[in-house]
Write a protein that binds this ligand. Sequence first.
Ligand SMILES: [Zn+2]
Length: 293
Amino acid sequence: MSFSSLVKKELCGVYGAEHCAAAEIAAIVSVCGTVNASNIRIQTENAAVAKKYFRLIKKQFKLQGDVSIRNSRQFSRSRVYSVSTPIIEKILNAEKKGGFNRECCKRAYIRGAFLSGGSLSDPEKAYHLEFVNADRQKSEYLADIIHSFGLKARIIERKAHYIVYLKEGENIVDLLNIMGAHLSLMNLENTRIVKDMRNNVNRQVNCETANLSKTVRASVKQINDINTIARIKGLGYLSDQLEDVAELRLMYEEASLKEIGAMLSPPVGKSGVNHRLRKISEIAENLRGGFYD
Ligand SMILES: [Zn+2]
C-alpha cells in the first residue's frame, strides 16, 4: 500500500466533534461532490472514503446515504462508489458564509480535502503533499485554512485543475499532525531520521576512515622502530620511561596515544606519550645508521 493510501486509511478512522463532521463533509463535497436542486452526491474510487462520508452524514445529520457501486470503465477493476443524500442546507450555507472558524473544524476540513482529493509522495523519494480541486475558489479557501496554521501552501494550475501543494518534510509533518494522522506522522519522522542518519553515517565513515588510517600508519611506524631497537640492543637498552611506552605500544597496536598514556603509571598525557615515542624513533634511526655501537 502506498504511503498516501496508508495516510487515508488512518484518516478514515479519525472522527472529531459533531461540528467538525460538518466541515469534513463540506470538504469532501467540495472535491468530489455534485450538488443539484434536490440532492448531493459524492463519487470516489476509494471505498474507505465513501464509507467515512456515509458514516459522517449519518452521525451528524442522521441521514441514510444512498450507496451505489459501479466499475469505473468497462473491463476495469477499479470501482466508483457513490453516496447520495438529500440536500444538506447547513453544509452549503456554512461554506457560502466563508465557513468554518473553529480550529478543530478547520482541521477537519483539511482532513476531508485530503481524503477526497489529496495525495502524498513516498517520503523515501520526495516530500510533496498536494490537494486537487477543479474549483479555484475552493482551492484558495483550502490554502487559506492551511495558512491559518502557519504553514506554507502554494497553488498551481494543472490540466484545468488547481493544486494546493506543500513541500519540505517539516511542513508535511505539521500538516499530518493537524489532520490527526499521528501514526503516519511517526512513520514519516522515522523515515526522515533514517534518511538523515544514513547521510550522517556516510559522512562520518569517510571521516573516520581518514583518521583511522592516520593512526594506524603512525602505529605501524612506531612498532617498526621498537622492533628495530629490540633486535639490535634489546628493549632494556631504553630508559625505564621509554621501555614502558614501547611495551604498551607493542601490546596494544590499535590504542591511541591518549589510551597508552592512561595505562602508564603514573599516567602521562597524549603529548607526553608522543614525546617518548618520538625519542624511541630517534634512537631507532640512530641504531639503523650505525651509531650507538
Ligand atoms: Zn469542530
